[in-house]
Design a protein around this ligand. Structure first.
Ligand code: ZN
Length: 406
């Protein structure tokens, strides 16, 4: 349907009796008609605010589009479930939604009788945080056959990259109003067949899901989409069943293949089993870094220099310190170690035992085995021996004197 027609529809909506609130004081000066927020959507926003503040996940999830059916969105529903889990765990004391009717174009489908597109501003604050945060994005609400309005998330434009005999497919969701984002979306979609083939081959798996990718222009928007309690800076995100989320910045546009390969490596790692997200954080980030290293020029040399420096200064992290996500406050000095030390351990395992054994080790941990059981199965040695050999190798990187050579 052409977007011009939808814009006309959006303009006409306020004159229907279902929409808008009557005003008791007529305006003193003539004003252009402003599209109103449908009463059903205004009521829904209040219900959402109450559910979040009351930490009532079932009530909230009943206000979000279902997993399946004509209005269904399984990926969004999965993301929203984890988003709600966060505010059940980390109470929010301020949560306000404000919808301003929008007239989208440039590829985003506009409002209609059963669809309302708006600029949605969210303001929130946790008791543990000093400041109130906010973000704004184009959002969409849809009406069911029974007449109930539901929240459907961002009003994305969707670019489909269909499956082929060798490619399981990708779906890129983005806001086309921003030219840089639109260009990134097209580059990202075109790169996915190559990125998937490389990572699948590297990790020895073949996920069959049509991979969704969502592009964000602001850090606050990306953080808000993950958890209301999320405050750490980040460039990308993926959890089982969720979209690959990428923050569009000059860096990520330039290195989009590296970003996609890292996040898609998480997708490919999670197929090993339901315990994959309980695997040590360094292992999940380490394998994602290693699987994407070929797209990041100079990454391997930079990693080796860093490991050599850390080893020389006795700054390598204990594995337990870099296992939990997020790190414990007392271990925050190790945030780079999660990625760099994790990648180095897996790279060393590859050199010593081969890619197949390394992948068996990763799969075993993701299936719920301890590091000790997994390393005994994959390498024939307990974890303590693997750790000691790796630390020796790291120390030799900076002490290449002949007497220290093996
Ligand atoms: Zn990651």
């Amino acid at each position: 349907m052409p977007s011009t027609f939808l814009l006309i529809l959006a303009f006409l909506l306020p004159i229907t009796p279902l929409y808008g609130q009557p005003t008791t004081t007529p305006p003193t000066t003539p004003q252009a008609p402003t599209p109103a927020v449908p009463a059903g959507v205004a009521g829904l926003l209040t219900q959402i605010e109450r559910a979040v503040l009351a930490q009532d996940k079932p009530a909230y999830m009943a206000l979000v589009v279902p997993e399946a059916g004509p209005l269904g969105d399984q990926v969004f529903r999965t993301e929203q479930g984890r988003w709600a889990d966060d505010w059940v765990k980390n109470r929010v004391e301020v949560y306000k939604l404000k919808a301003t009717p929008a007239e989208p174009g440039r590829g985003i489908q506009g409002s209609g009788p059963d669809r309302f597109v708006c600029r949605l501003k969210t303001t929130w604050k946790l008791p543990t945080s000093k400041r109130t945060r906010s973000t704004e994005f184009d959002a969409v609400f849809v009406r069911t056959e029974a007449g109930a309005w539901l929240y459907a998330g961002e009003a994305w434009c969707t670019a489909e990259h269909p499956a082929t005999a060798t490619f399981a497919g990708a779906r890129v969701k983005f806001n086309p109003a921003d030219a840089v984002v639109a260009k990134t979306a097209s580059i990202a979609g075109a790169a996915m067949p190559e990125v998937r083939a490389h990572v699948d081959d590297f990790l020895g798996v073949k996920p069959t899901v049509v991979q969704e990718i969502k592009l964000y222009r602001s850090l606050a928007h990306l953080q808000h989409s993950i958890w209301l309690s999320y405050t750490e800076p980040l460039g990308g995100w993926n959890e089982p069943g969720e979209a690959i989320k990428v923050l569009v910045t000059p860096d990520s546009v330039r290195d989009i293949r590296g970003y996609l390969a890292h996040e898609y490596a998480h997708v490919a790692t999670f197929v090993h089993g339901p315990n994959a997200t309980d695997a040590p954080w360094w292992l999940l980030e380490g394998i994602a870094e290693l699987a994407s290293a070929n797209y990041r020029p100079g990454a391997t040399e930079a990693r080796q220099r860093t490991i050599a420096d850390w080893a020389a200064q006795d700054q390598l992290a204990p594995w337990e310190a870099i296992a939990p996500f997020p790190l414990k406050p007392e271990d925050e000095q190790y945030d780079r170690h999660v990625y760099t030390q994790g990648e180095d351990m897996l790279a060393w395992q590859t050199e010593q035992f081969g890619a197949q054994a390394r992948n068996a080790f990763v799969a075993s941990v993701c299936k719920g085995d301890s590091l000790d059981v997994a390393s005994t199965k994959a390498f024939g040695k307990p974890w303590a021996a693997i750790d000691a050999s790796w630390r020796n190798a790291a120390a030799l990187l900076v002490k290449p004197e002949p007497e220290n050579a093996p």
